[in-house]
Design a protein around this ligand. Sequence first.
Ligand code: PAN
Ligand code: ZN
Length: 185
Amino acid sequence: METNNIYVPEVFFTNSCLTGREVVKSTRLLGDLEDVFQDKEAFELMNKDRIIYQVSSFLPVEEDTVGGLFMGITTLYPGKVGQEFFMTKGHFHLNNDRAEFYWGIEGEGILILMNEQRKVWAERMCPGSLHYIPGKVAHRVANIGYQKLVFSACWPSDAGHDYATIASEGFARRLMDVNGVPTLL
Ligand code: PAN
Ligand code: ZN
């Protein structure tokens, strides 16, 4: 909507989510994460329709546009499969030198990172924490708290997502609850 060339915003970043006409939402159910968790027996006993995370994204340009930016907010619910914390699928970027920012909004999490040599490291996420994810580094987030974890991301519109590499090879280390302590094993 326009009044004298002063435009009313069409996307809002409020209450830990993106809202507005152009916001795209996606949901990942436990059943979509079949190959993600280690404990297959625990996985089989759980409700596959349980929502694990939701992403709302603002994609103001077409996918693959060089020079554009995308933004998304992910809400990752608390829980575990066996002793492994609920987490996102994780990916490299298809255009693999593309970097990304993540920042924590609500809750407690751990950002798990892995380079192409399969070296894994991690960063604590909390409200206000800012994380620079360099190119060629796979990234996934685990919720280690008792409440939902909300974080936001900003990435180049020509980054793309390579889920296949992680689906077939996984991360070299897993974040497990070891006697109440989140531990990379
Ligand atoms: C994020 C992620 C989001 C969901 O917006 O896409 O947190 O995680 P998965 O894509 O691994 O399922 C991002 O990293 N975009 O590039
Ligand atoms: Zn990404």
